[in-house]
Design a protein around this ligand. Sequence first.
Ligand SMILES: Cc1cc2nc3c(=O)[nH]c(=O)nc-3n(C[C@H](O)[C@H](O)[C@H](O)COP(=O)(O)OP(=O)(O)OC[C@H]3O[C@@H](n4cnc5c(N)ncnc54)[C@H](O)[C@@H]3O)c2cc1C
Length: 459
Amino acid sequence: MTQHSAEVAIIGAGIAGIATAYYLAEHHNITNVLLIEQGQPMAFTSAQSGENYRNWWPHPSMVDFTNHSIDLMEKIARDSNNRLHMNRRGYALATRRTQVDDLVEQIRYGYDNKHDDLIRFHGSSDSVSYKFAEKPDWESAPDGVDVMQNQDLIRRAFPSFSEEIQTVLHIRRGGDISGQQMGMYMLEKYRAQGGRRLTGMVKQINQQDGFELEIETGEGLTRVKAEKIVNTAGPFAGKIAEMIGETLPVYNTFQQKIAFEDVEKAIPRNLPFSIDLDEQCIDWSEDEKDWLAGDDEYKWLTEQMPGAIHCRPDGGDNGSWLKLGWAYNETPQDVAWEPVLNDQFPEIALRGAARLNPSLKAYYGKLPRNMTHYGGWYTMTEENWPLIGSMGENGAEKGAFMVAALSGFGTMAACASADLVAKWVAEDGKPKYASDFSLERYQNAPLLAELKEASKGVL
Ligand SMILES: Cc1cc2nc3c(=O)[nH]c(=O)nc-3n(C[C@H](O)[C@H](O)[C@H](O)COP(=O)(O)OP(=O)(O)OC[C@H]3O[C@@H](n4cnc5c(N)ncnc54)[C@H](O)[C@@H]3O)c2cc1C
C-alpha cells in the first residue's frame, strides 16, 4: 500500500479546491500540498457553471466578499493576458414595476449606505448620462448601478426587452469569465510551485496525530498523512465532514441550464446577463395549458413561477450561442454523481425567458437540435451564504478546514473563498467578513434573524 504525506491535503479539485491550492502557494508559500480528486479536475459542478459574476448582493458582507473576488480575478486577467476571458457587460435586472424603492434600498444597503454616488438614476428627464458599454472590456467599465426608468433609454439600450419593462437596474461590475481557463491557470501555477495531485476517492478519514486519509485509487488503497485538511468536495462536502464526525448545515438542490445557437439572431450580442425579476405564469397555448393542468405531475407548470429567469449571449460578441437558466427548483435532494435532467426544462426555460425577450418565441417547440441541456448541484446553506473556515467547532485547532456551500456563486467567489480559507490554514489575519462566512455566524442571532428576512440572492 502506497503512503503519501503532506502538510495540507485538499479534498476535491473543483474551482474551490484548485483556488485553495493556488492561494496557499501564492499568498503563503505553502506548497507541501496534495490535491486529491476522484475524477478529472473541474469536471463536476464546476463544469456546469454559467460562469457569471457580479457584485450585486443584498448584504454588505457578500458585496465586500464578491468585490474582493473580482479584484483577484482581475489580477489573474492582468497577469495572464486575460486567459480567463473576463468581460464586463454587467447584469441587467428588468421589471414591469415603476415603484422600485425596495430594490434600490437593497442595493444601497449592499453598498453599505456609503456609496450613494454608485447609484445613478435615469428618470424621464434624463437620457444623457447613461453610457451603454460599447465594448465588453472590463478595464474601462464603471462600477455601481444605473437605475433606468426613461422608456426611450430602455428601448435604445435593451431593444430586445419587452415593451412591458418599466425599470432596468443595470449592475455594472458584472460579466462572465471562463471558469475552466481560470481553474487551469491556477492548477498550472500550483504545479509549477511544486504542488502535487492524487487521483482517487477519499473513503475514510482517521484522526490521530493529524489526519490519515484512506483513498481508493486505480492502483488500490492509498493512505495519506496530513497535518491539515481542507474540504472542498462541493456537493459531497457534507459527506467529507461526516468522516470526521461533523455535520454541516448544508443541502443540495439540482439546477439546470440550456445553451443553443441563436440561429434566428433573436438576442443582440451585446446584451448583458439579463434577469427578469418578476414572477410569471409560463406562456403555454390554451391546449398546452389544459393538458398540463389535467396532469398531477405537470400541473405546477401552469401555476405562478418565481422570478429570476435569465439569459445571456455566450461566446463573446462574435459568437452565436445563448445560455438560459432558471434556478426555480428549491427541493433538496440526495446528492448523486449522475443527476437526472428534467426533459421539460428546455421548453420551460425558453418560454420563461421569452417573456422578457419576446424574440425568443421564434424557438417555441423548435429549439435547435444542437442545444445542450445540462445541470448540477447548488450546495447551499439555508441563508445562501458560504461556509469557509474551521470545519466544526474545534476544527481550526485540529487542522480541519472547508470551503463549502458555494451554491450558484462558486465560480465568482472561488478566489475570495480560497484566499480566505488559506488565511485560516496559515493563521494569517482575516478580513472583517471572515466570521460571517464561517460556522461562527450560527452564534450571531441578530445576523441570522436579518438573513432570514432578507432576499437570498439565488440566481
Ligand atoms: C447550473 C449551474 C449554474 C451555475 N452558474 C454559476 C454562475 O453563473 N456563476 C457562479 O459564480 N457560479 C455558478 N454556479 C455555481 C458554481 O458552479 C459552483 O458553486 C462551483 O462550481 C462549486 O465548486 P466546488 O469546487 O465547490 O465544487 P465541485 O466543482 O463539485 O468540486 C468538488 C470536487 O470534489 C470531488 N470530490 C467529491 N467528493 C470526493 C471524494 N470523496 N474524494 C475525492 N474527490 C471528491 C468531486 O469529484 C469534484 O470534482 C452554477 C452552478 C450550477 C450547478
